[in-house]
Design a protein around this ligand. Structure first.
Ligand code: ADP
Ligand code: MG
Ligand code: MG
Length: 253
């Protein structure tokens, strides 16, 4: 069975009539790294927000089956507990809330939804320190308030740390900010590559091919006009980089 199966998904902004996703079909296999590319405004970010359960979007049709269960009927935190992770889900700065407190709360929220006891403090500290070390996160960063005063690169590292702690089944990474510098791209790519496994899938959403120099996708999907219009191998990303989207979008229209 496919890990994530999106069928005929239609969605719009809650307070507007215009549909943004228009019958989107997409299958993500277990262990796969799938790239989604597409022109600006094609609905890439909308897809990630709809899957994560952001409330300003409304699903008007279709389904998204995670392990056979339609997650579109679940609250956002329940989706997270089922193993869905949206990177850049917590880019907000939270003054006064320490990183350790925040991360422990995130882990415990997930454990509780899955019927597990809270993680003990020693176990948590060991886990976080281990992952932080692997990811090059300084102990100093762990002592600060969530994202407050963090550089772009530090926020990226932090997101990857959240992902490493929550161990999702499907991680969706939306590179909304195409202004990421090479160092930040490498942080994201190293984190993803370290976590690749036969049991975990990644959906890497990107407008530009350059991130895919560092994260080699198994498959590349092109989203345009709120639908997947074509699918190919990694070479499709290079072709799009060379020729632009006009050709492929024109053929699909
Ligand atoms: P992409 O990520 O592929 O650039 P988006 O999902 O951000 O595309 O946007 C898809 C379409 O929905 C665009 O036409 C965009 O203008 C519109 N849209 C998305 N979010 C909003 C919003 N919050 N307010 C108004 N329009 C939006
Ligand atoms: Mg955009
Ligand atoms: Mg976007």
């Amino acid at each position: 069975m496919s890990l994530l199966e999106i069928k005929n998904l239609t969605a719009k902004l809650a307070d507007e009539d215009k549909q943004i996703l228009n019958g989107l079909n997409l299958t993500i296999e277990k262990g796969q790294v799938a790239a989604i590319m597409g022109p600006n405004g094609s609905g890439k970010s909308t897809l990630s927000y709809v899957l994560a359960g952001r409330e300003d979007y409304e699903v008007t049709g279709g389904e998204a089956l995670l392990d056979g269960e339609n997650i579109l009927e679940l609250a956002a935190d329940e989706r997270a507990a089922k193993g869905l992770f949206l990177a850049f889900q917590y880019p907000i700065e939270i003054p006064g809330v320490g990183q350790m407190t925040f991360l422990k709360a995130a882990i415990n929220a997930q454990r509780k939804k899955n019927g597990l006891d809270e993680i003990s403090t020693p176990e948590f500290i060991k886990l976080v320190n281990g992952k932080a070390k692997e990811l090059g996160i300084s102990p100093d960063m762990l002592k600060r308030s969530v994202n407050v005063g963090f550089s772009g690169g530090e926020k990226k590292r932090n997101e990857i740390l959240q992902m490493a702690l929550l161990q999702p089944k499907v991680a969706i990474l939306d590179e909304t900010d195409s202004g990421l510098d090479i160092d930040a791209l490498k942080i994201v790519a190293d984190g993803v590559n370290a976590m690749r496994s036969p049991d975990r899938s990644f959906v890497v959403i990107t407008h530009y091919q350059r991130l895919l120099d560092y994260i080699k996708p198994d498959v590349v999907h092109v989203l345009s006009g709120g639908r997947i219009i074509t699918t190919g191998g990694p070479e499709l990303a290079l072709e799009l980089e060379a020729k632009g989207y006009a050709d492929i979008v024109g053929k699909a229209a």
